[in-house]
Design a binder for this molecule. Structure first.
Ligand code: FAD
Length: 434
């Protein structure tokens, strides 16, 4: 099989790959220097759309509407954009072997690609219930959501099961967003998760109380403190019931599982130094191997603000780490260096008519402000996290653009708090004054 050589190769064609391509083009690129090799059949797109507008009952989002970089207000990079920039998009191509010593990648079809500089942007894969041998978990109509193909299959079945029953396994981002969008599709939705409240990795009990109350008001059933231990299917192999550990059995026409992801690092095992489950990088996203960079979900990088190595599975970091790596690659070519990556964690989610943002770190003591009653008309409430007397994290629901900007500012500035009651009474105004 033919062998191709490129100066730069990006393995993976998701969010980071798209934003890296944008930065390469901005920095100056000769035709034929850069290739993106992706397992997916489409050019890089804004992945968060898949669990939101992609599944709306009316006017759902579809490609090419949400190719990168529309999510950050940038140019929409259609497949033609890559051609015009002389970037080779090699789609439907899975890399199955990476030999970093010889700078060679091999595809499932046996093609080989050589590179001078490699950018690893393989993202994450979903954790499947079949990985743990859960009984019946390979039944039809049990879905996971990572790529546009998964969303297409789910959408088709949602349309064919009008007014049907959906069980959502998991109470994190995917669980909450999918429960909402399936409810909007008029399904009878039940969420099941083992924790005492939803999204415990970020939410406090008080924050979760609002969302659980709001979802219940919208008609979503919530079952906490137990897990799915098995599935039964009909003669067609389609899922029919979900068995819970506490003995309950739920009817189901569709099951969506959102129990987390794993960074796709297996190709590089034993070749690149790892830390905290990801590929260890420096502040320029350079790995332990010369000329090999890792960005997005797979990278464990120095989080300067907290003086700690961290891995972040969020779109904002995927975009920014990609830009940082390309800046560093280009600077190194000129014998220069670029500024250190100084990332402020930023997470968000949207469901129903709700929308929250979070900036900073969610450790320490918490202070709730505003009205977190699910029956409130404004839905405006939030939480500050305080550590060593300083505000270091801020969460707000239904913020205006100005209020959300203030959240970022307060989490970055880390002001000292003299009086905790002041945070409760001033609420979002405390952040707006920074
Ligand atoms: C449904 C969904 C909703 C989300 N919503 C939000 C949200 O609201 N807010 C938020 O902050 N974050 C959200 N995220 C997380 C965010 O999308 C990811 O953090 C981000 O996409 C990571 O970018 P990445 O480039 O590292 O990986 P990805 O965007 O996942 O891209 C990885 C790419 O690499 C390809 N690939 C992997 N292995 C190979 C291989 N061996 N050969 C070739 N190609 C390969 C994959 O097919 C994929 O195209 C969501 C994620 C999902 C799945």
């Amino acid at each position: 099989m033919a062998e191709k050589h490129f100066k730069y190769v990006i393995v993976g064609g998701g969010v980071s790959a798209g934003y890296a391509a944008k930065e390469f083009a901005a920095q100056g690129l000769n035709a034929g220097e850069l290739a993106i090799i992706s397992k997916e059949a489409v050019a890089p797109y804004e992945r968060p759309a898949l669990s939101k507008a992609y599944l709306f009952p009316e006017s759902p989002a579809r490609l090419p509407g949400f190719h990168v970089c529309v999510g950050s207000g940038g140019e929409r990079q259609l497949p033609e954009w890559y051609t015009q920039k002389g970037i080779e998009l090699i789609l439907n191509t899975e890399i199955v072997k990476a030999d970093l010593a010889s700078k060679t990648l091999t595809s499932a079809a046996g093609a080989t690609f050589k590179y001078d500089v490699l950018l690893i942007a393989t993202g994450s894969a979903v954790i499947r219930l079949t990985d743990f041998g859960v009984q019946g978990a390979d039944a039809k109509n049990i879905f996971y959501l990572r790529e546009v193909d998964d969303a297409d299959k789910l959408y088709e079945v949602i349309k064919s099961k009008t007014n049907g029953k959906a069980v959502i396994v998991g109470g994190g981002y995917i669980g909450l967003e999918l429960s909402a969008v399936l409810k909007m599709n008029n399904m009878d939705v039940t969420m099941v998760y083992p924790e005492p409240w939803c999204m415990p990795r970020l939410f406090t009990a008080e924050i979760a109380n609002f969302y659980e109350g709001y979802y219940t008001k919208k008609g979503v059933n919530i079952i906490k403190g137990t897990v799915a231990v098995g599935f039964d299917s009909d003669a067609n192999g389609e899922v029919k019931t979900v068995k819970l550990k506490d003995g309950r059995v739920l009817d189901a026409d569709i099951v969506v599982v959102g129990v987390g992801g794993r960074p796709l690092t297996a190709l590089f095992k034993g070749q690149v130094e790892e830390e905290k489950g990801g590929l260890k990088t420096d502040t320029f996203f350079k790995t332990s191997v010369p000329n090999v960079y890792a960005v997005g979900d797979v990278a464990t990088f120095p989080m300067k603000l907290y003086n700690e190595m961290r891995r972040v599975e969020h779109v904002d970091h995927a975009r920014k780490s990609a830009e940082q790596a390309v800046k560093a690659i280009k600077a190194a070519e000129e014998g220069k260096t670029t500024a250190e990556y100084d990332y402020l964690p930023y997470f968000y989610s949207r469901s129903f008519d709700l929308s929250w943002q979070f900036y900073g770190d969610n450790v320490g003591e918490t202070v709730l402000f505003g009205d977190n009653d699910p029956a409130s008309t404004t839905h405006k409430f939030g939480t500050y996290w305080i550590k060593d007397g300083k505000v270091i994290g801020a969460f707000f629901e239904s913020g205006t653009p100005e209020e959300n900007k203030a959240l970022a500012k307060v989490a970055r500035a880390q002001p000292l708090v003299e009086n905790v009651d002041q945070l409760t009474t001033e609420g979002i105004m405390f952040a707006c004054k920074i």
